[in-house]
Design a protein around this ligand. Structure first.
Ligand code: ASP
Ligand code: MG
Length: 466
């Protein structure tokens, strides 16, 4: 059997936990001969790097950089010392950490002196999270007798475009991944690959977006024809709803690629949105496994079964959503208005969660992440400088977007009706609704104060928790 396993989050919070991860890898190795490990940064480290970079640019103090790197280095060294018992291996790992720290310090001093942080330098700086974690995990594995070698994303063949902060893998990467990984497996080695980061053809470091280690793992899984890709998390698996909000939320044992993709795009933070793409064609199942219950089967993400037991399997809530209503004036058609709006939003990289329109009034409503609202408003306002196109526009951030997901909804009459009556019973009114043509997802918008009640009512109505 051939397996790709990804670790991240709290499981990499300290040396004791990393040792536990290594022991888990070893116990899986008893039955699974070929394993590739993908690692995220140590817990919280990516956030820390994302925070320090703009701060040193703003404050411009080289002393501050030195102090930061000192603390950062000590923290990583402590973790390594806790995880690695073998003195000699520990010494080698500490040497590797020191070398990486020098590069990190140079980069931070560079942006500090220049007073400028580009997307490209930001990716370079945050990539150190994974580049420091991989030697520690590989060293920990070596110290318990596993022949582990660590690789950056680029070294593992993850070649991307230069869309810094959100890079995508380019054609040909698969062959390269195979060429880099397979010889190591043949040699009985366990590759420990940095998740989240890749490299352009020219060798410039990129990142694939927050939570991108999932994507790294499934890319490798697809490229090397793994039997399965396991994403180890702190949750039971993929849940029917957020258990902190919804009573009776439960683990979904089996979910199709398409359903999982809908969920990850619609606010369920359990998976990186692009993580499903690489494995669909190759049909490599993904398993979301719980670190607290390693024996549990977790959630299996695979092909659509012939029959699904439930019409709707899960409900998600995007809490920080804003709705923007735009009314056109001197436009000939809704298409013209929409074209102008979407092109400026695309230019500003505002992601649209939902769209709807009313043709008679020439209005378009979009739902976006509230964090992007300011950018969106500026972009939409800019349309008017080239003639009067927009008569009026309003926005409302006191809303939540919700998504109901399930392949069984396709072609099943009455699903929307059930959603309406669940909301009606609760006295919740719907502000906007849309359904994709796949019919795998019905999404709608309600007032913020109604959201949890609405979600619970729908979860109950479709018996998602049973
Ligand atoms: N370390 C990166 C992040 O925190 C990638 C990951 O965790 O998957 O976003
Ligand atoms: Mg992380």
């Amino acid at each position: 059997m051939r397996l790709v396993m990804k670790f991240g989050g709290v499981s990499l919070a300290n040396g004791v936990k990393i040792k536990a991860v290594a022991d888990l890898i070893k116990s899986v190795k008893d039955t699974v001969k070929e394993q590739v490990i993908v690692t995220s940064a140590l817990f919280d480290v990516t956030d820390i790097l994302h925070e320090i970079a703009p701060r040193v640019v703003k404050e411009g103090k080289v002393e501050q950089v030195k102090e930061f790197v000192q603390g950062f280095r000590t923290m990583h060294e402590i973790v390594a010392s806790e995880a690695i018992a073998d003195e000699q291996i520990l010494r080698v790992v500490k040497g590797e950490l020191r070398e990486q720290m020098e590069y990190l310090e140079k980069a931070l001093i560079g942006i500090c002196l220049l007073g400028e942080l580009t997307a490209r330098s930001c990716d370079y700086i945050v990539s150190f999270g994974e580049r420091l974690a991989a030697p520690i995990l590989a060293g920990t594995l070596q110290s318990i007798g596993i022949d582990a070698v660590h690789l950056t994303g680029g070294e593992a063949g993850i070649i991307t475009n230069d869309d810094f902060g959100n890079a995508q893998v380019i054609a040909g990467a698969e062959d390269r991944i195979r060429a880099r990984i397979m010889p190591l497996l043949k040699d009985n080695k366990v590759p420990v690959v940095c998740g989240y980061i890749g490299e352009t053809k020219e060798g410039i470091i990129t990142t694939t977006g927050r939570g991108g280690s999932d994507y790294t793992a499934t890319l490798i899984g697809a490229a090397i024809g793994a039997d399965e890709t396991w994403l180890w998390k702190e949750t039971e698996g993929i849940m029917s709803a957020d258990p902190e909000i919804i009573k009776d939320a439960r683990k979904i044992p089996y979910i199709s690629y398409m359903e999982a993709m809908e969920l990850s795009y619609f606010g369920a933070s359990v998976l990186h949105p692009r993580a499903i793409e690489p494995v669909i064609e190759k049909k490599v199942p993904i398993r979301v496994k719980n670190l607290q219950m390693p024996e549990d089967a977790g959630t299996l993400i695979a092909e659509e079964p012939e029959q699904t037991d439930k019409a709707a399997k899960a409900i998600t809530i995007i809490e920080n959503a804003s709705i923007v209503n735009i009314a056109g004036t001197a436009v000939k058609s809704i298409s013209e208005l929409a074209a102008r709006i979407f092109s400026v939003l695309a230019m500003e990289r505002v992601d649209i969660i939902m769209i709807s329109h009313g043709s008679s009034e020439r209005t378009v409503s979009i739902v976006i992440n509230s964090a992007e609202l300011k950018r969106a408003i500026n972009a939409i306002q800019s349309i008017n400088t080239s003639g009067t196109v927009i008569r009026d526009f309003t926005s409302n951030s006191n809303v939540c977007a919700m998504g109901v997901v399930g392949a069984g909804m396709a072609g099943t009459p009455g699903v929307a009706g059930k959603i309406f009556s669940a909301l009606g019973n609760e006295g919740v009114s719907m502000i906007m609704i849309s359904q994709g043509s796949s019919e795998y997802n019905i999404s709608f918008v309600v007032k913020k104060e109604d959201a949890y009640r609405a979600a619970q009512a729908i979860h109950d109505m479709f018996e998602m928790g049973k």
